[in-house]
Design a protein around this ligand. Structure first.
Ligand SMILES: Nc1ncnc2c1ncn2[C@@H]1O[C@H](COP(=O)(O)OP(=O)(O)OP(=O)(O)O)[C@@H](O)[C@H]1O
Ligand SMILES: C[C@@](O)(CCOP(=O)(O)OP(=O)(O)O)CC(=O)O
Length: 421
């Protein structure tokens, strides 16, 4: 590298999905290495609708490591960023770009500074797993830039040190985070159970109840639960191991009934652990409870469950429908109970794959007002509506893992200056 022109900037841009756990991770046995007290399983959400895009750049002209998140410069001094950067730098290899005249040797990476720009196309820190997509994307993009020769499982152990749930975003489809046994965390990694094509009938509808930043972060919430909840200990030791086996079986066989029963039970138990924490933590709100009641009533009126619900550390509902037909019936129910606030534009209320609206027979706002109460509601029962309680819905599906974006026009950093565009 010595004596080279200081002009070149090398860049990589990647796109990474978020994920939602169907068997939850809640509780660490090691806070620094981020080692969990139980295995967890998640489904990766289609990055077409929810994703993080990150551009990483290196140049001898950069004076320090810098990062911009959603257009604002943020500090990289936090231990989670530092741990990820240190781990990935230590695995870097030689990189040569003849076109740019850039020759980086393995040892040079310790001295070279990085610029990172990242953008989440969904609300940050609102219980939609921005930290998961964010850290997975950071590690994946840096691994490409630095020619890291490790496999995705190994990369997941680095992303895990940014945020536990991030390790699961390195794969598409259904993913298991194996808690591992080693004290150094080397076997606490993610593995893909099946890819996104294995169970492609599933449709996922997210009801965004509130996009305000939450009061208790997942990190401090789970620390408090580990310190005070007896239910958490019982859950990790006695309940989760069995559920993991059952969930793997349900996913392998595309057995929706078992999948839905396990998913709902595990979400409810996670929130019960939060309530069992001292002082108790409330992530769900009244709207969340109303959504649960609506789905439970419907599921009980049918022979088999139609929809699974799951809630992370926030009030937003993630609803998984067995197929497209069920998803359109679900959307009708959701829109009946939670019509949009006055003056809302339908296109801003149903985001993602809004072709499901057509299946649900909704073309304009007046079609929502004309929806009849769902058939599971007893005749002449009073049916309240909760206008405006859901800010918007995102319709999506299981999706693929991280990809590199080769098209430089999608980069978030200027290829000449390495500064945000
Ligand atoms: N694109 C990104 N790149 C790097 N880091 C990110 C990115 N997006 C979010 N983060 C980090 O994650 C933090 C938010 O994590 P937090 O766990 O509070 O919220 P969340 O992930 O949206 O919600 P939850 O994990 O409860 O589902 C941000 O403050 C930031 O440090
Ligand atoms: C409720 C959850 O979403 C908790 C996620 O917690 P985080 O991964 O955000 O926590 P840290 O490891 O402290 O960063 C359940 C899950 O994703 O499994």
């Amino acid at each position: 590298m010595a004596g080279e022109s200081k002009k070149w900037v090398l860049m990589v841009t990647a796109q990474t999905p978020t994920n939602i756990a169907v068997i939850k991770y809640w509780g660490k046995r090691d806070e620094t290495l981020i080692l969990p007290i139980n295995d967890s399983i998640s489904v990766t959400l289609d990055p077409e609708h929810l994703c993080t895009t990150t551009t990483v750049a290196v140049s001898p002209s950069f004076e320090s490591d810098r990062m911009w998140l959603n257009g604002k410069e943020i500090s990289l001094t936090g231990s989670r960023y530092q741990n990820c950067l240190r781990e990935i730098r230590s695995r870097a290899s030689d990189v040569h770009d003849e076109g740019k005249g850039a020759h980086i040797e393995k040892k040079d990476w310790e001295k070279l500074q990085l610029h990172i720009a990242s953008y989440n196309n969904f609300p940050t820190a609102a219980g939609l797993a921005s930290s998961a997509a964010g850290f997975a994307c950071l590690v994946f993009a840096l691994a490409k830039l630095m020619n890291v020769k490790e496999d995705r499982g190994k990369l997941s152990t680095i992303a895990r040190q940014g945020s536990g749930s991030a390790c699961r975003s390195l794969f598409g489809g259904f993913v298991k985070w194996i808690m591992g046994k080693d004290e150094n965390g080397s076997d606490s990694l993610a593995v893909q159970l099946v890819d996104e094509k294995h169970w492609d009938e599933l449709v996922i509808i997210i009801a965004v109840v509130s996009s305000r930043q939450k009061e208790t972060s997942s990190t401090s919430g789970m620390r408090e639960s580990v310190e005070t909840s007896l239910l958490l200990k019982h859950r990790a030791k006695e309940i989760v191991p069995r559920r993991i086996t059952q969930m793997e079986e349900a996913i392998k066989n595309c057995d929706f009934s078992s999948f839905a029963n396990l998913t709902c039970a595990d979400s409810n138990q996670f929130h019960a652990v939060c309530l069992d924490t001292s002082p108790p933590i409330f992530y769900m709100n009244n709207t969340s409870h109303r959504i649960i009641s609506c789905v439970e009533k419907w599921n009980h009126s049918e022979e088999t469950p139609q929809v699974a619900y799951t809630f992370d550390a926030g009030p937003n509902a993630v609803l998984i429908a067995r197929n497209r037909k069920t998803a359109s019936l679900l959307l009708q129910r959701m829109l009946f109970y939670f019509p949009p606030a006055p003056e809302t534009d339908l296109n801003n209320f149903i985001l993602g794959d809004n072709s499901i609206l057509r299946d649900a027979g909704i073309k304009e706002m007046k079609d929502i007002d004309a929806l009849s109460p769902p058939p599971e509601i007893k005749d002449n029962a009073y049916v309240p509506k909760y206008r405006g309680e859901v800010s918007y819905f995102i319709c999506t599906r299981p999706g693929r893992g991280p990809v590199e974006l080769a098209d430089v026009s999608q980069a978030l950093l200027n290829p000449e200056t390495g500064l945000p565009k």
